[in-house]
Design a protein around this ligand. Sequence first.
Ligand code: MOS
Length: 748
Amino acid sequence: MSIVGQGIDRVDGHLKVTGAATYSAEHRLPQMAHAMMVLSTIPKGRIASIDSAAVEAMPGVIAVMTHRNAPRLALPQGSQPKKEGGEQSKPDQKKQPPNPKLTLLQDDMVWYNAQPVAVVVADTFEHARDAARRLQVHCRAERAQLDFAQAKKTLRRPEPQPERPSDTGRGNFARSMERAPTRLDATYSTPMENHNPIEPHATIAHWSGDKLALYDSTQNVSGVQRTVASSFGIAPEQVRVICPFVGGGFGCKGSTWSHVVLAAMAAKMIGRPVKLVLERTQMFGPVGARPLTEQHLVLGAAKSGKLAALRHDTISSTAFLDDFAEPCTAVTRKLYASDSLQTSQRLATLNVGVPTYMRAPGESSGSFALESAMDELAYKLDMDPVQLRLANYAEKDPEKDLPWSSKSLRECYRVAAERFGWNRRNPKPGSMRKGRTLVGWGMATATYPANRKNAKAMASLLPDGTAVVRSGSHDLGTGTYTVMTQIAADALGMPVSKIRFHLGDTMLPEAPVSGGSQTVASVGPAVHQAARALREKLIGMAVADSASPLHGMAAGDIDAVDGWLVSRAAPARRQEMAAIVARAGGQPVSADANAEPGDEKKRYAMHAFGAVFVEVHIDPDVGTIRVPRIVGAYGVGRVMNRKTTHSQLMGGIVWGMGMGLMEKTEMDWRFGRAVNANLADYHVPVNADIGAIDITIVDEEDKQINELGAKGVGEIGITGVAAAIANAVYHATGKRIRDLPITPDKVL
Ligand code: MOS
């Protein structure tokens, strides 16, 4: 029986619950100093003066690093805005810094509120924090662009990315729309949101001569290595990035932000290792955010519900230093068959920190708009929302006209509807009550692409009979250690307990960013191939060894079971794997793999799909919304570990609930500063907010997607949930709320 699929406990669980798992800020180095960033308090302007001297005299202070004394970098970054707003000619690539979103104290410019403007280094964390709070930075403020309505007057197109054009279209939208008897035209909006993993960003930088070691909390050790090396003008091999554990990432740790390079600059400046940890408040500005979006949906349908025309135009906020587009239209391009379809993405530029990926960037915010609009259309048509979706079921990828590698969405609708009891729903708004409480039932579709990138791995058998498998991937709390160990165990024919998986180090074979829900689909095949290659190598050694009981046998006749090589025909002929290593001189035997995607993407469209059903209870007097239950069913390919898969989906659903009802970065738009920059005022669901979450993973076999058949489960869980809640709120109250989050004031 295969070990892959079993819901085994996390192999790193014991380390975590005993505190033995070392997170980035927990490494201790001799002579280590502590750094604290000082952030700007204006949204745009220039630094006029900094009173460093007063702070330098404070107890324990070692240095105050500002734009005046900071080490000059090989390639100054963020010194010029990439865009001034409005349609612009392309910037001169040669003059572009390698990472324009970083601000590294190379000049006196301020481009957003909460931009790093100084770093205070002291002997203890407390001294650094105290000194940083007292540092006076005087700025000359300039007029900032903080009015979204104003910024919308000079929209820009995002730079087209491969696979993701800013605009798409097919069919004749205007003509199809004219002919459609039922029409919907609505605008939806989602707010700015900030990532708040329990572990904030943290970096320890340690120079030894011209070599730099970084302990950094990241989803991409190789990405940090490249960005930091290019900032200092040194070779990537001179930078080692180590990150065995990540206390949550969600996208904000997918790229390298200023503090990582600043820690290395400070360490260089004082000639000692430096630790820099962001305070919770500093998570709101300099390390990315989900941009706010405004999404215009136009739908036209026949009486049968069949979509004739579908249009989705998205505007999302971006920053002056660099662009990020929240690709809300991505779902609309894939989800429904429609004769004509038009989508566009535009950017409105504000003096804010550069936005970034946040769990299902685009799919979560976009599915709120699209799946709310589908619900509105269902009401206009007097049609069941599930039936409307089935009437427009995309049998092929509507964008690329390719067959799906697998798609179980019909089954997801069926299973989730049945488990929820959807057929007992009275569709009339306000018709279902429990005493005075308004009851609402709503549903939505979930989807996320199945991504994959190149990954390398190495598997070794040690003389003691244990195996070590290595790949420079990451475990964000998601279960990478566990799942990779399971994959290796099956491929090697060894028990899980005898395998250790190493990740999170640029010294290991290179793996891609752990983002886009692609770790299992990318690193899994590399681990599988390396482990298979090692097993073949051991079999080859055994059959060539005249002293082996397996000597002379055909390799194909030998199986690997529980750490032994065994003859299939005559199981008494067997040899322990450890004995083969010992016979060969006692040195570890290793094999490498470089796993690359093939051309499957040219032949198939690859997506995970799901359906989510929500019940809300609303107090008609005060507008509070409770969510007693959520039922989801998902087709995500082959499940690697039942327990971690369930946890991933549940975590996504919980976050989707937060997105629907609570989450919003409240900006003071006079200053472009978040006013709820802490976990007391920035609301996310807590245990008491969560009711029953019922998750079914439908059986799905996908032979095209990758050799493991796995689609990735990190992000699909959040998608659709906010829409299902909005739809349930409408069903309960008759009030359509098109602006997230759905707070009590909007319900009343
Ligand atoms: Mo995820 S937002 O791709 O880290």
